[in-house]
Design a protein around this ligand. Structure first.
Ligand code: MTE
Length: 301
């Protein structure tokens, strides 16, 4: 593991983006393997991918709590206080409680995961996240037998989140996963990008990343996690049930009612860059297809 550390970052740990890119090339050259090798062999699906720049990743965002324009999160997310921060973990767990973010970080091993990120709006990026497996956090709380789903909730603080002063969606933003999806090793709680603490506009201090699903499943700035027996409500499904399902797996064969999902625009490619084909499960088919065996992916979209 080339890039792994425990606990929160200190200023000395922060690697400038240019140096980081250099080191990545050196590592790739030295081992004769692609970029995916950094994250370990199980995640080699990202091999050869060039991550987007820190600038792209942090200036073109969806975070409706701060407005609906792609530039609003960068413009206004600085108004959100992220210290102190805690996550309330409850429902069907052995150790329910309010877990301080710092205490969580002291228990978790943060590693780097370079993932494709595909928004339902048909744009995409490649993002070098830092984070830990959601399974480790859930195991810390102790998942009880019979739990089937995991519900997530974003911070609700209209004083600091100007978008919440308008009924764009029914606040707070909520999301959910089936328990086996949540426990899958690809599913992470991300706490940084490029070795820097998570920028506010990307969901500081801690957000979900589920790389084989459309980006809206990857809920930001999480304050509550609940283990349940029932499929939890999700914000986009509540808003537009005909357009957004609970599963929302990236699928080039199932179009959005208003646009094709067969291809995507890679952010940062320039105005004339050709669209690229969208991959089944966003390129993670080998790792996750078995989760959906026997399910009609057109019906359970
Ligand atoms: N989480 C919250 N709380 N609010 C949001 O508006 N937008 C989602 C998702 N998580 C959203 C959210 C959508 S539509 C996308 S594409 C991703 O965040 C964008 O993540 P990024 O800005 O880090 O690229």
């Amino acid at each position: 593991m080339a890039y792994r550390w425990k606990n929160t970052l200190s200023a000395a740990d922060v690697t400038p983006e240019s140096a980081w890119l250099n080191r990545r090339q050196i590592i790739a050259g030295a081992t004769g393997l692609g970029v995916g090798a950094i994250a370990g062999p199980a995640f080699a699906a990202t091999e050869g991918l060039e991550p987007n720049s820190f600038e792209d990743i942090t200036s073109y965002n969806n975070f409706y709590e701060f407005g609906t324009d792609k530039g609003d999160p960068k413009r206004y997310a600085g108004e959100m206080t992220t210290e102190p921060w805690a996550i309330e973990i409850g429902g069907m767990v052995d150790r329910p409680g309010t877990y301080d973010f710092k205490d969580i970080m002291s228990e978790m091993t943060v590693e780097e995961r370079i993932y494709r990120f595909r928004c339902v709006e048909a744009w995409s990026m490649v993002i070098p996240w830092n984070g830990f497996e959601l399974a480790d956090l859930l195991n810390m709380a102790g998942v009880q037998d019979g739990a089937k789903y995991v519900a997530f909730e974003t911070l609700y603080r209209p004083d600091e989140m100007r978008g919440q002063r308008f009924p764009t969606i029914d606040w707070p933003y909520v999301e959910g996963l089936r328990l086996d999806e949540a426990m899958h090793p690809l599913t992470i709680m991300a706490t940084g990008i490029y070795g820097k603490p998570m920028p506010n506009q990307n969901g500081a201090p801690i957000r979900l990343v589920v790389p084989w699903k459309y980006g809206f499943k990857s809920i930001k700035s999480i304050v509550k996690i609940t283990l349940t027996t029932e499929e939890p409500p999700t914000s986009w499904n509540r808003l537009q049930p005909r357009e957004y399902g609970f599963y929302s797996n990236v699928n080039p064969n199932v179009d959005h009612p208003r646009w094709s999902q067969a291809s995507e625009r890679r952010i940062g490619g320039g105005l004339f860059a050709p669209r690229i084909p969208t991959l089944m499960f966003n390129g993670y088919e080998d790792e996750v297809a078995s989760l959906y065996e026997g399910m009609d992916l057109k019906r359970f979209y």
